[in-house]
Ligand binder design. Structure first.
Ligand code: HEM
Length: 503
């Protein structure tokens, strides 16, 4: 018996040794492979400075011509891989998701407290728990509960546009913020909602700077995170921590106070009253999940709706076709509702084309690898930041449909296969946007309601000067255009429907 145990031990030991050796040989073999190509490097700083914002996606798409689908940057202790093809995005971020689902380390972001919200957490226990909460409140079945609120906010937007159409930039921004605050916390318009929007906007500004690695010295030299509290970035971090604390706590406490049967339906209310099983530390995690929403939603929705306004002002023929479909299917005596979506193929094509023509997040949200890897003969070291340049996918050369033209028809042509933007616009793998079903409903109701109520046209002088800006979200700078009611009857319809709104 003893002899048998001894032999078994030797066999197990040999197998383990073989496994370790094979793994070692594989990894050291992999390390001898080249990293993917990229711009020329300098000592210490490598080529990392060549990544530079703003609108880095244009530069990355140009680099594709020289270096191909994978463009590699390194320096200052960081490695970054820009991925330019859908095939490679799918292979790395989707099929090998286990290795590619961490997020970049943001030293300032962590000092500011962003690591409490799961969109910025690594692929670990905290992320898993908050993601489960997000899924429970944003699944296709759950988002049906928010449809009336979304319709009310869209009607509120068109009503405000009747009064001050020239303010369309800020009104769309407020409506995009409103939709997320209303759905997350169930608050009604008024000072308290505006206070939450202000806090969340401030947190968004902080996040916008925290994700740019060159803004704060501590992200270049991580040891500086231990610098004393009087150092300027530490003071900014302390202020930011307070803002993030308020963002996570103030609206949450408001919902809790209302819980005793009076809280309107919302993501927080749903999670507190009917939480998924096995979530420890529920309240803190609901705060983190809810706090992620504003950052994730407001700018993406705002960017997409503004892009749509620009596209309509530039393409009156497409606008007429879209309005004709709404008039035919929805009729003239009511505004569209989310249930109309399956019956409006041209509007759905306009939405897809809006997402393709100017993707809100042209570089998605960066992932980070948690292990060494090899792809197409190249070595990708552990901790590489992986950026999906979906802009390059959106503007891939096409023999039939010019990529720069706004042509919803490309999505209605069965004879010519095109990639649906929903396969790349919402990210990849285990980190794919959990709010995509809600986002599709929001875009639909904003766009269909605007088309039903207004004509969108160039300004009086006929010139549209539109410029895009942004590091991660592709936002339009203010531009002029005219938004006028399609008729007096439509204006009355908007007023009458707005009077019925619950929010
Ligand atoms: C047009 C609207 C939207 C677009 C284009 C968009 C796009 C994206 C993208 C590209 C990602 C990154 C996925 C990845 O890492 O690969 C993401 C993540 C995320 N989105 Fe969205 N999104 C939109 C709206 C929303 C909405 C309405 C919600 C929630 C109500 C939401 C919640 C989130 C969250 C929580 C994450 C982080 C997921 C994680 O890290 O696990 N998004 N979104």
């Amino acid at each position: 018996m003893l002899e048998l145990g001894g032999r078994l031990g030797i066999v197990l030991l040999t197998l383990t040794a073989c496994y370790v050796l094979r793994r070692y040989v594989r990894i050291s073999g992999a390390r001898s492979l080249p990293c993917p190509p990229g711009p020329p490097t300098l000592p210490v700083i490598g080529n990392i400075m060549d990544m530079g914002p703003p609108s880095a996606w244009l530069k990355f798409t140009e680099y594709e011509r020289t270096y191909g689908n994978l463009v590699y940057f390194q320096g200052l202790g960081k490695s970054v891989l820009v991925v330019n093809s859908l095939k490679a995005m799918d292979e790395l971020l989707e099929k090998r998701a286990k290795k590619y689902s961490d997020r970049p380390v943001l030293i300032f972001g962590n000092l500011a407290g962003f690591n409490r919200i799961f969109a910025m957490c690594d692929y670990g226990e905290e992320w898993r728990a908050q993601r489960k909460l997000a899924h429970a409140s944003l699944s296709p079945a759950a988002v049906k509960d928010y449809a009336i609120m979304q319709e009310d906010v869209a009607v509120g937007l068109v009503k405000d546009l009747l009064k001050t159409p020239e303010d369309f930039h800020s009104l769309i921004r407020v409506a995009a913020g409103r939709i997320v605050i209303t759905i997350t916390y169930g608050t009604r318009p008024g000072s308290i909602e505006d206070e939450f929007v202000l806090i969340a906007e401030e947190a968004n500004k902080i996040a916008g700077r925290a994700v740019i690695p060159s803004v704060y010295l501590c992200d270049i030299l991580p040891i500086l995170k231990y610098a004393p509290s009087w150092v300027p970035f530490q003071r900014t971090a302390a202020y930011s921590r307070q803002v993030i604390h308020n963002m996570l706590n103030k609206p949450f406490e408001h919902v809790k106070e209302m819980q005793a049967g009076t809280a309107p339906p919302s993501l927080v209310q749903r999670l507190l009253s009917d939480p998924p099983e096995n979530i420890l530390n529920l309240e803190e995690r609901v705060k983190g999940t809810a706090g992620t929403m504003y950052a994730a939603v407001a700018e993406t929705t705002y960017s997409a709706v503004l892009t749509f306004v620009l596209a309509m002002a530039l393409n009156p023929d497409k606008q007429r076709l879209a309005q004709a479909e709404i008039d035919r299917v929805v009729g003239m005596d009511r505004l569209p509702i989310i249930e109309d979506m399956p019956n409006l193929p041209y509007i759905n094509a306009v939405i897809k084309e809006t997402m393709r023509w100017n993707p809100s997040l042209p570089l998605g949200i960066a992932h980070r690898s948690s292990e060494d890897d090899v792809y197409e003969g190249y070595f990708i070291p552990k901790s590489t930041i992986v950026i999906p340049n979906v802009w390059a996918v959106a503007f891939e050369p096409n023999e039939k449909y010019e990529p720069r033209a706004f042509l919803p028809e490309r999505f209605l042509d069965a004879s010519w296969p095109v990639v649906d933007p929903s396969t790349w616009a919402f990210g990849f793998g285990r980190r794919i946007c959990p709010g995509r079903f809600l986002a599709e409903n929001s875009l639909f109701i904003f766009i269909a309601t605007l088309l039903s109520a207004f004509n969108i046209s160039p300004p009086e002088n006929g010139e549209i000067n539109a410029h895009f800006k942004g590091f991660s979200t592709n936002l339009l700078e203010p531009f002029g255009c005219r938004i006028t009611p399609r008729s007096g009857t439509k204006a009355n319809l908007v007023e009458a429907r707005a009077a019925q709104s619950a929010t």
